[in-house]
Design a binder for this molecule. Structure first.
Ligand code: SF4
Ligand code: SF4
Length: 66
């Protein structure tokens, strides 16, 4: 399991769908047509979505140690 995963800040997301195309894990879906949501269980924290997001709406979250 990766140390970090990505989260979408809903208020910034413009629902463009760009991040979906770049995610190698198919971890992102558009919810209600309004914002992207990342499945943290699938996310490997590669940062591709974050890099490509035109709205700067994605940020990293560290996973809590178990
Ligand atoms: S960090 Fe990588 S694996 Fe996680 S949602 Fe973004 S593109 Fe997908
Ligand atoms: S690339 Fe950014 S703005 Fe576009 S859907 Fe993904 S999180 Fe939202």
């Amino acid at each position: 399991m990766s140390k970090r995963y990505s989260i979408v800040q809903q208020s910034k997301c413009v629902s463009c769908g760009t991040c979906l195309h770049f995610c190698p894990r198919n971890a992102i879906t558009i919810i209600h047509g309004t914002h992207a949501q990342i499945n943290k269980d699938l996310c490997i924290g590669c940062g591709l979505c974050k890099k490509e997001c035109p709205a700067d709406a994605i940020y990293f979250q560290e996973r809590e140690a178990k």
